[in-house]
Ligand binder design. Sequence first.
Ligand code: NAP
Length: 284
Amino acid sequence: MKLLIFGKYGQLSEELQRAVPASWDVIALSSSECDVTDHKAVTQQIEFVRPDAVINCAAYTAVDRAEEERSKADAVNWLAVENMARVAARNDVTLIHISTDYVFDGTKHKPYNENDSTAPINYYGASKLRGEKAFRESGCRGVIIRVQWLYSPYGKNFMRTMLRIAEQQAEVRVVADQYGAPTAADDLAAMIVKILPEVVADRKLRGEIFHFASAGRATWSDFAEEIFRVAECGCRVIPITTAEYPTAAKRPANSLFDCSKICHRFGIQLPDWREAVKRNIKKL
Ligand SMILES: NC(=O)c1ccc[n+]([C@@H]2O[C@H](COP(=O)([O-])OP(=O)(O)OC[C@H]3O[C@@H](n4cnc5c(N)ncnc54)[C@H](OP(=O)(O)O)[C@@H]3O)[C@@H](O)[C@H]2O)c1
């Protein structure tokens, strides 16, 4: 299997590069080696490398900043994906693209499935949704995997932020009325490696969407409490409402996914979110 990964140093990309079998040939390109907004460079890379699959780990993920930097968010999350998918389609290459729970408005009272209507409430979500649509319209082979509440021992994420705060403060106020499932990047990477041969082999999969998240549910304050419990930090979590923690971008109240489609289609077992927290804190 020959893989071309765009975005080399992100949370998912780092874990993917660790998770692939040694026998696979992997080329991962950082933003300085190949900026995905440079359509010509991306085209050249895909046509030069001729991979079995491209995995797009590049994304504009600064959710609050995206409200101001709309054209930057669009360039990476939408227009770069549109180009990548068109080039992949032309060259009969499989594309694995990652999207987000933020395509939903979070008002549903049950977990979201792949057929639920999208209605992003922030610009990041809107730009990611345009990327999904561009992929589907290209007719390109491959899948879109929506994920949520991603964290890892690397990069910028909630777990690392909480551990840093715990070193400096005795207590922290954390939102307790948004629901989701903390999902470790290593679990996401392991799942992608598992399904990849089947996705590459199945010529009928063209822009099909799958939801993936850990099993279980939590609020951000539950997640913080679990991090502090496992890491044996003395920091106390004070639960607050979303209204008490204003941010530039609105967040959906319900991010929970129904992941039965991916489980049935590929024989996946969802990882337990608390087990993943334990493992990832050990890795630090
Ligand atoms: N993090 C979450 O909670 C979350 C939730 C739902 C969905 N997702 C999705 O999951 C995927 C992986 O997220 P992640 O957390 O691994 O992201 P991340 O850690 O923020 O990494 C994003 C990567 O994209 C690269 N990148 C940004 N602009 C680029 C450009 N113009 N050209 C090439 N590379 C560029 C960055 O490289 P540089 O650092 O060099 O710029 C970085 O390596 C993304 O599609 C994201 O939208 C994430």
